[in-house]
Write a protein that binds this ligand. Structure first.
Ligand code: THU
Length: 132
């Protein structure tokens, strides 16, 4: 999808930085801000498997760490290897529902496949700070 070529390309580049000696499954992600900055992330695993941080969480945390917030974010891309589109795990959805706007495009890409969705679609009826 031409519109998202830039963030998809950068997400694929980020995939090369994955540290995934346990799963050997590399994932890349890229956030684009409305002022044209890119923040990439890759999955970083650990011998204590549960401490693994997914690519999209790393990318969104990088973005927030540089002072950007949800209104500043244009889109997030997540890409993986193989033939099956990568969709964010449950933990990442909970993080993204708080840190992205409900309708911010989330662009999923693998091989030739591209699917554009958003966190509202990926996580209906989420628990959020609105309930607190
Ligand atoms: N992974 C991600 O980085 N993002 C996803 O959306 C799905 C899963 C990573 C976690 C782990 O390092 C590897 O993929 C296999 O689960």
């Amino acid at each position: 999808m031409e519109k998202y070529k830039d963030i998809l390309d950068k997400a694929y580049e980020a995939m090369d930085n994955a540290y995934a000696p346990y799963s050997n499954f590399h994932v890349g992600a890229c956030v684009k801000t409305k002022n044209g900055k890119y923040f990439i992330g890759a999955n970083i695993e650990n011998a204590s498997y549960g401490l693994t941080n997914c690519a999209e969480r790393n990318a969104i945390f990088q973005t927030y760490s540089q002072g950007y917030r949800q209104d500043d974010i244009e889109a997030l891309a997540i890409v993986g290897q193989g033939n099956t589109l990568i969709t964010p795990c449950g933990a990442c959805r909970q993080v993204l529902v708080e840190l992205l706007k409900r309708d911010t495009p989330i662009v999923l890409g693998t091989g030739e496949k591209v699917l554009v969705t958003n966190i509202e679609e990926l996580m209906p009826m989420a628990f959020t700070n609105e309930a607190l």
